[in-house]
Design a protein around this ligand. Structure first.
Ligand code: FAD
Length: 447
């Protein structure tokens, strides 16, 4: 029997690793592990992400049951679960899809070593992205660190291998893996295996609504015109589905190519940041541009708290932070504005903001979150230069001129309950940031 281990790919259809496992002809036992190494560290026991994963695993189990099989879901530490499975089942092989985060890489290495002791192969496949970093490289070799040439090469690479699907010519890289064709090779199970409930794992349900797997076609068709306005429903809201693999990124790119070119480019940003993390894992803790680690952050804890709570007195920043706190998602334009306000006006280390987003975002993905934060701080690849500091007032005028977004999330805005002055006013904050950044970067270059 072959084990297929689901992680960031909580779906049965169009799943690269599962397809490969099924194709071997050996009966396939699908599993999922609610990882205690991660869950035990979560401070909030009403965590919408755990709830979303638990629900998605239930759905996945149902999909397997429809094929006369089942998913076995464990609650434990992966290494211990695999030690038990190895001894009880002695599998022929373990198949999975690759995960590029440092914790996942270390975890997989430990599992591989455990299986190696019994000569059980651990096979892993690309599924989470369209291209891994070694597939989109500069002509002269080496990874891209600037988005636009990366995006052009990404598109060219797509066209290098053509195939056909549903009577259409499409890139091989976007072709779905027809998992259903081999569903007969799933291990047959006569009785269902219960999936651990939230309560079993010490968690509670939340009342946060999870957006659907597919955005309406009209939203994507107008995406280039609506995506920057946080008061409108102008973006897809599929980020958490992509993050947990409840949808296939290949399917999303295929659809995007038919509907809107700008939307395709956003999905390429996702690959870009994943590739950066694959190539430069040090960005997890350090600034990509090392000289930015010389910035003398003020790191005022009280101001940080106010930023987290959405009480800075800057309406668009407060609206963003309250949206994040309430629904676990923030509009991209406002992610940029809130991140810029924290790292430039408040002079607080980007890692603090990154950590707060990581705790709250339903779509939290290390690569994109780190990329977004380092972009805002100026320290990342292809980042906003430090001297371009968002003016929150002109951002408000441009992207939320009727204050629709602000009024939705900050009901007391415009009353005497709302702060009369911002925590740090734009002109002062801008000039201070310019001075501090310039000096620190100059010093770092000279030493
Ligand atoms: C400071 C900061 C932190 C961020 N943290 C995350 C994060 O943890 N997880 C995350 O998925 N995205 C993150 N983003 C990127 C972006 O804000 C979200 O992907 C987007 O807001 C999700 O909403 P949507 O699905 O409606 O996006 P849409 O605008 O509909 O875009 C479609 C998809 O393209 C991808 N995408 C879009 N923009 C980006 C981008 N700039 N970088 C990478 N992928 C992108 C996402 O997968 C998204 O779901 C961050 C951006 C910033 C500035």
């Amino acid at each position: 029997m072959t084990i297929f281990w689901h992680r960031r790919d909580l779906r049965f259809t169009d799943n690269a690793g599962l397809y490969r496992a099924l194709k071997t002809g050996d009966p396939v036992l699908p599993i999922f592990i609610f990882d205690r190494n991660i869950l035990d560290k979560l401070p909030n026991k009403a965590d919408v992400r755990v709830e979303f994963i638990q629900r998605s695993v239930e759905e996945l189990a149902e999909a397997y049951r429809a094929h006369g099989s089942d998913l076995r879901a464990f609650y434990g530490k992966p290494i211990e679960v695999f030690a038990q499975l190895r001894d009880e089942l002695n599998p022929t092989a373990v198949y999975t899809n690759r995960d590029y985060e440092p914790y996942a890489i270390a975890r997989d290495l430990a599992v591989k070593e455990l299986l190696d002791e019994h000569d059980i192969p651990f096979r892993h496949f690309k599924d989470h992205v369209i291209f891994e970093s070694d597939e989109v490289q500069k002509q002269a070799g080496g990874p891209y660190t600037v988005y636009t040439p990366y995006m052009r090469r990404w598109k060219k690479t797509l066209d290098t291998r053509m195939s056909s699907f549903a009577g259409e010519k499409i890139s091989f890289y976007l072709k779905p893996y027809p998992t259903e064709t081999y569903a007969d090779n799933l291990l047959k199970e006569s009785s269902p295996h219960p999936v651990p409930t939230l309560a079993d794992m010490g968690f509670k349900p939340t009342d946060i609504e999870i957006p659907p797997k597919e955005a309406p076609a009209e939203v994507i068709e107008h995406y280039d015109k609506t995506r920057d306005f946080p008061g409108q429903e102008g973006t897809s809201r599929i980020s958490h589905h992509l993050r947990h693999g409840t949808v296939s990124v290949r399917a999303k790119v295929r659809r995007a190519m038919k509907l809107n070119e700008t939307f395709v480019k956003e999905l390429i940003w996702r690959d870009f940041y994943s590739n950066i993390l694959q190539e430069f894992p040090r960005v997890v803790n350090e600034s990509y541009r090392r000289e930015y680690d010389n910035i003398p952050w003020i790191n005022d804890e009280e101001q940080f708290e106010k930023w987290c709570e959405g009480k800075t007195g800057v309406p668009i920043v407060d609206a963003g932070m309250r949206q994040l706190n309430a629904i676990g998602w923030m509009h991209n334009r406002v992610r940029m504005i809130t991140a810029s306000y924290l790292t430039k006006h408040l002079l607080i280390d980007w890692r603090w903001g990154e950590g707060y987003f990581a705790d709250k975002l339903l779509d939290y993905e290390l690569a994109s979150n780190n990329g977004g934060w380092q972009w805002a701080a100026g320290s990342g690849v292809d980042a906003q230069p430090y001297f371009r500091i968002f003016n929150y007032e002109s951002q408000q005028r441009k992207f939320d001129k009727d204050y629709r977004y602000v009024k939705r999330w900050v009901p007391e805005y415009g009353t005497d309950k709302y702060p009369a002055e911002p925590l740090v006013e734009h002109k002062f904050g801008r000039e201070r940031a310019l001075r501090v950044y310039k000096e620190a970067l100059r010093e770092a270059r000279e030493t």
